[in-house]
Structures are given as C-alpha cells and as structure tokens.
Write a protein that binds this ligand. Structure first.
Ligand code: PLP
Length: 306
C-alpha cells in the first residue's frame, strides 16, 4: 500500500483536437490530497517515519503542505504547517480538515519557513516541497504507471515550480529506459526560474515572482532540476498567466476537472495548437492543485494583464 493512488491515464479527445496530436492525460489531480505531490511527499513521510520521525513539519501553504497533512493523518504522525499571512483562507481550511496544526506567521514564505526551521526539535522531520531525493523517487512512480500501461509518448509536458516534479519525471523516464523522451517544462512568464537558470547555465535566483500560479512561485529551482536539463533532453517553455487561466477554464469544460493555474500552465501548451507541432503522441502531467476555487480563477482571468 502506498499513500498515493494509481491515477487514470486517458486519451483526451478535446485536447487532442486542440493540439493536433494525440494527447494522453495522467490525472494526478485525482490524488487524494489534490495534486501529484502526494507521490513524493507520501514516500518521504513513510521513510522518515520508518527512521523514527515523531512529527512532520512543513512551511508550505499550498499543495506540499496539504500532502504532508494528508500523509501525517494517514500514518498517525502529527503535522505542523507554518504558513505566511498571505495564505488563502481556503488553503488554511483544507489543512485543518486534515487535522494539521496550522501556524500563521510572517508576511512572506521566507519568514514562515524561517520560523518553521526554528521549531524543529529532535524527532521532527522537515518535509521540503521540492528539494529532496526521496520526493523525486516518489514522483517517478507516475512514469512507471504510464510505462506499465504500454503507452510510450514522444514527449512529456509538465509544469515547473521548484523542479521537484521535473526531477522525479526525469528519474522515472530514465529508470524505464526512456532517455529519448524529451520533457517540455512549462512555467508562467512571471515565475520562470528554470528558464532563467537554463539560459545562464547555472542556478539563478529571480528578484521576484509575478504570477497568479503560486504553486510555481519558487524564485530558484533545486540544483537537481538544472542538473536534469543537462542529463536529459528538456525544453523550457513559457506561457502567460492569461493562457494558464484560460486553460483551467477550458479544461474544466472539457474534462470536468478543476485545476490550479500552476497546472493550467502545462495544459496551455496543449490548448495552443502550434506549440506542439511535430509531436504525434504527447503525455501531459495533470498535476492538479487543490487551493484554487473557480470563483478565484474567473476573477484572475477578468483582471489578468499578462
Ligand atoms: C508543486 C506544484 C507544481 C510544481 O512542482 P515543483 O516540484 O515545485 O516543480 C506544479 N503544480 C502544482 C499543482 C503543484 O502543487
């Protein structure tokens, strides 16, 4: 038994028609915590508990915190999540539904994270949202499932925040002998930290994040994410916030699943016909996201300037 579920893999007629090629969807939005994060975080939490952890601590008010809270409740390990004041009421409510202790501190993630680090005592395990090899190994299981289903894509489309998903998918491609399958790594223009690092050939820290896709808002990607782009074919792609938001609306209509703009970014590549020209068979990781409401997405779309 794992904490994550084996998710459906389906061919989307609507997205295939929009993209002009066959589009397969790996529906990570259906994970019980609402996103793919449960694969890696669930695996990491199981390993830390086996090593004696008595509490899990997270500083994510997003899907990573939700995955830790879910894993802790399932494993019977208490969870503390420290989040900044900017965290939405909806996210706090979801964390409390999982019985996590929620501490609201500071005006930015940096401050909340610093406070969380100060809380750590003997027997606590800090669960990083993207920069931990245990996470990548857990995320890689989604590619094992695709391989076992007998579907070999000629490219994988996914979104990038801190690069944990990218690192895990590349690990999965490599361990299934799919070194020849490129990854199209999508960011929103205001959160393009992987693109910046690839352009510079070294880790780069962005001055600021300017995107509604908060789950992509890592100013600097994990070193492993950049290393992946040097060991495996990875193409950095960027879409506007407006394109990501429109993709959320279109995807809700077409597949009846609501996802965050962070996931809309990857979907936007399939909804924009010319962007996938030359591919015949695409796998899109529908990474999900539990913290956005339809009302919020519509408000952002109405107000989107970029
Ligand atoms: C965390 C997250 C991402 C980005 O994943 P990274 O591992 O940080 O690159 C994308 N979409 C959703 C919904 C997420 O929760």
């Amino acid at each position: 038994m794992t904490l994550h579920i084996h998710t459906p893999l389906l061919e989307s007629r609507a997205l295939s028609l929009a993209a002009g090629c066959t589009v397969w969807l790996k529906l990570e939005a259906l994970q019980p915590s609402g996103s793919f994060k449960l694969r890696g975080i669930g695996h990491a939490c199981e390993v830390y508990r086996a090593r004696g952890a008595q509490r899990f601590v997270s500083s994510s008010g997003g899907n990573a915190g939700l995955a830790v809270a879910y894993a802790g409740r399932a494993l019977g390990v208490p969870v503390t999540v420290v989040v900044p004041e900017t965290t939405s009421a909806r996210a706090v409510e979801l964390l409390k539904q999982e019985h996590a202790a929620v501490v609201v501190v500071g005006s930015s993630w940096q401050e909340a994270n610093q406070y969380a680090q100060g809380l750590l005592r003997e027997g606590d395990a800090f669960i990083h949202p993207f920069d931990d090899p245990l996470l990548w190994t857990g995320h890689a299981s989604m590619i094992d499932e695709v391989a076992r289903a007998g579907v070999k894509p000629d490219a994988v489309v996914l979104s990038v925040g801190g690069g944990g998903l990218l690192s895990g998918v590349v690990e999965g491609l490599q361990r299934n002998g799919w070194q020849d399958v490129p990854v199209l790594a999508v960011e929103t223009e205001g959160a393009a930290s992987l693109h910046a690092a690839m352009a510079a050939g070294q880790p780069v820290e962005l001055d600021a994040i300017a995107s509604v896709a908060s789950s992509l808002g890592a100013k600097r990607v994990a070193d492993q994410a950049l290393a992946c782009t040097q060991a495996h074919p990875v193409i950095a792609e960027r879409v506007s916030d407006r394109q990501a938001l429109q993709a959320c609306e279109d995807f809700l209509r077409d597949q009846r699943i609501l996802v965050e703009p962070a996931c809309g970014a990857a979907l936007a590549l399939a909804y924009a016909p010319q962007r996938l020209a030359g591919y015949r068979n695409i796998l899109v990781i529908v990474c999900g996201g539990a913290t956005a409401t339809l009302e919020q997405i519509r408000t952002w779309l109405r107000d989107a300037t970029r």
